[in-house]
Design a protein around this ligand. Structure first.
Ligand code: SF4
Ligand code: SF4
Length: 154
């Protein structure tokens, strides 16, 4: 499913060698390599047009899973140490403390666990074209709406 560029990948290690206790030792801190931000569920062409702008930026992806829509930014935490351990382990934020390694990014790349995953402008644009019949005419429509709104203000 995924383009290998910019996607979190798991390592090719014999599963029998991995236990809950040593699993993170085999991992390159995959869970510390991105952040997510929950989004309002996009419903309109306007909302998807904004997502299109966001996903046009390198390292910015958009996905939907069972909990909703999210923006994902591929950016490594500044506290990941050269040995991939946490440099502020004792004071790490709650979200880090709550993260379990029982079924994590090491087991399933994040894009494979989603209902929808968009990592390029093109992929999201194609999705929008299928979702909205008038997608290709949206810019004209938005400009007309803006012109009308300006007229009203005068
Ligand atoms: S919790 Fe999972 S993704 Fe995070 S470091 Fe451990 S094995 Fe890697
Ligand atoms: S604070 Fe530590 S555990 Fe949390 S993302 Fe950064 S390196 Fe990972």
């Amino acid at each position: 499913m995924s383009d290998p560029v910019n996607i979190i990948e798991t390592k090719d290690i014999t599963p029998a060698a991995i236990t809950a206790d040593n699993k993170c030792d085999f991992c390159s801190a995959l869970c510390c390599s991105y952040i997510t931000q929950e989004l309002d569920t996009p419903r309109t062409m306007h909302a998807f047009d904004v997502l299109l702008w966001q996903v046009a930026h390198k390292g910015i992806h958009v996905f939907k899973d069972g909990n909703g829509w999210y923006l994902l930014s591929m950016t490594k935490c500044e506290f990941v140490m050269p040995d991939n351990r946490c440099g502020i382990y004792e004071t790490r934020p709650m979200i880090c403390r709550d993260h379990s390694n029982s079924a994590c990014e090491f087991d399933v790349p994040i894009d494979e666990g989603c209902d929808l995953y968009f990592q390029t402008f093109e992929k999201l644009d194609n999705y929008c074209r299928k979702r909205f019949k008038t997608w290709d005419k949206r810019l004209e429509k938005f400009e007309e709406e803006q012109a009308k709104a300006k007229q009203k203000k005068k």
